[in-house]
Ligand binder design. Structure first.
Ligand code: ZN
Length: 299
């Protein structure tokens, strides 16, 4: 495959390659299970912008380097929450702003804003998922039009353990239905690829050895359709989802999400209740996260 050109100065974080009419965007922080920093998300935005602009690029596949798609937002010491980036929305820079204003300005831009921007690319986008797809990882996969998964893939949103009602791109009830969305959120534990397919989150599940070839085959098949027809079909479904309340629901829940962060900061000093990565891993793996971690913790 013609894995090639870097995208901007943070290009190493997202690789952009082309195979005929198909663009492949690869998250490239495998040592951290592709945990998302601001730098990585802006690199992904640049890659998606390039895909949108290239006339002969018809379909994009978004995937992750290594065993995992993405373990979520980088909340560890490798994160870059206090760094200024060149923004793509009209929100002001969050750096140096106090209290809830800091989180609101940052999350409007970097989390909710970027995911909405990518959902509205008028060309088909496919998330190709193996391994972990957790919280912020779900946001990227859900911003794509649909998901092809390997049998190794698993999905979780453990953010209720952090005292917030799900990740920032709150599409849960529209993707899963209300009752399944509640169980998914209240437990926070992982579901596997076949469960995710039964719930309507994942379109197709392939053996791990077949995922790349099958995803490319289907992407090329889609690429044979007329560009305008695909754009109109995508807009039609997105508009229908918004007419069913997706966009306004996401806006109202974003307010609850910010309230959760603000409450947590008041009572604990941390917008995410000082949850450690070990505690979050325990939630994802269905263990009692209030106990000391065992040795079999996985992402
Ligand atoms: Zn948040």
């Amino acid at each position: 495959m013609a894995e090639s050109t870097d995208v901007g100065e943070t290009g190493d974080l997202v690789r952009y390659g082309r195979q005929g009419p198909v663009a492949v965007l690869t998250l490239n922080r495998p040592a951290t299970a592709n945990a998302q920093t601001g730098a990585l998300l802006y690199a992904l935005d640049a890659a998606f912008y390039r895909f949108a602009e290239e006339d002969d690029a018809a379909v994009a596949i978004l995937t992750g380097e290594g065993r995992h798609f993405s373990a979520g937002h980088d909340i560890g010491p490798g994160g870059d929450r206090d760094k200024t980036f060149e923004r793509v929305s009209m929100w002001w820079d969050h750096v140096g702003k106090p209290g809830a204003e800091n989180r609101l300005a940052r999350e409007e831009e970097v989390y909710l804003g970027l995911c909405r921007r990518w959902r509205e690319i008028p060309k088909p986008t496919i998330a190709k998922v193996r391994g972990a797809c957790i919280a912020g990882g779900l946001m990227l996969a859900w911003a794509c039009d649909f998901i092809y998964a390997s049998e190794t893939a698993y999905f979780s949103d453990p953010t209720v353990a952090m005292g917030v009602p799900g990740h920032e791109f709150f599409a849960h009830p529209w993707i899963l239905g209300g009752r399944q969305a509640k169980e998914f959120l209240f437990l926070g534990e992982r579901i596997d690829a076949r469960q995710a397919r039964e719930l309507g989150m994942v379109n197709r599940v392939f053996a791990d050895a077949e995922l790349d070839e099958e995803t490319m085959r289907l992407a090329r098949q889609i690429a044979r359709m007329p560009r305008m027809g695909l754009a109109l079909a995508k807009m039609a479904v997105n508009q229908a989802e918004d007419a069913m309340g997706l966009r306004t629901g996401m806006d109202s829940v974003f307010g609850l999400h910010q309230l959760g962060h603000a409450h947590n900061s008041e009572v604990s000093g941390s917008p995410t209740l000082h949850r450690t990565s070990e505690e979050i891993k325990a939630v994802v793996n269905g263990r009692d996260w209030r106990q000391p971690p065992s040795r079999d913790a996985d992402v």
